[in-house]
Design a protein. Structure first.
Length: 243
């Protein structure tokens, strides 16, 4: 970090993304923030993992991000504060002159539990175990593609989750969406659109020229109408209609 950067962003040579996705990675709060992408196989499966409720639902935070326990290093942001925290926790991975030290964030191999970890999972494990306050933020709604030669494994974790059993995009639910539609106002729809884009309430308020308290009120009303328990259910819902 001797270039006085506020953060470092790691992107593998075999992944591609849209410019807005990179901007979202940079702007999303958190010392360690990541996106994920598919394994290089025809069956759709995503690298890394996230915490779930006892019912199997992802644990969602403000802004629609997920609480993760391991992430790939191919689309990853670490702030300077995160690097400093890591170096203090693992001085054995710090090297170079004391006046300008470097750190091996992705040192892989057999860790203290006797299990071999690749560079991605080794970093995730060390970061999570260094301090109980350390968090990994996973942004689900990113269009990150994984490449193998001429073949492209297109991916979006958010859209994939919707297609799983119980999701609004699952085959068993598609036919019932229209009959269970929830009607909301145009202003409420504008707030919902901000939620779908992963924006925080204060940013939605700024964009729409309203108080943050008003944004929260609109969101509470929408959640009550559709019987949602969190903002992610609002963001992924296909049942909302403007009336």
């Amino acid at each position: 970090m001797d270039a006085q950067a506020d953060m470092v962003v790691f992107a593998d040579h075999d992944v591609s993304w849209r410019p807005p996705d990179l901007l979202k990675l940079i702007e999303t709060p958190g010392e360690v923030v990541a996106g994920t992408y598919r394994f290089k196989k025809d069956e759709e499966e995503y690298m890394g993992g996230f915490y779930t409720t006892p019912e199997g639902r992802p644990i969602v935070r403000d802004g629609g991000v997920l609480k993760s326990n391991r992430v790939p290093a191919g689309f990853l942001k670490i702030t300077k504060e995160g690097v400093d925290r890591f170096m203090r926790a693992y001085p054995n991975l710090t090297y170079g002159p004391r006046y300008n030290p470097s750190v091996d964030l992705f040192n892989h191999g057999v860790l203290d539990d006797g299990i071999w970890y690749g560079e991605d999972m080794a970093f995730s494990k060390r970061w999570s175990e260094a301090d109980e306050e350390n968090q990994i933020v996973l942004i689900p709604d990113l269009g990150i593609d994984h490449h193998q030669g001429d073949k492209v494994y297109k991916g979006n974790l958010h859209e994939w989750l919707l297609r799983l059993p119980g999701g609004s995009g699952a085959p068993e639910n598609v036919g019932t969406i229209r009959e269970n539609a929830v009607t909301i106002t145009k202003r409420q729809a504008e707030v919902v659109e901000g939620v779908r884009k992963g924006k925080q309430n204060k940013h939605i308020a700024h964009d729409l020229g309203m108080a943050e308290a008003t944004v929260k009120a609109h969101l509470r009303t929408v959640m009550k109408k559709m019987k949602a328990t969190n903002r992610t259910e609002v963001a992924v819902s296909k049942m909302l209609r403007v009336g």
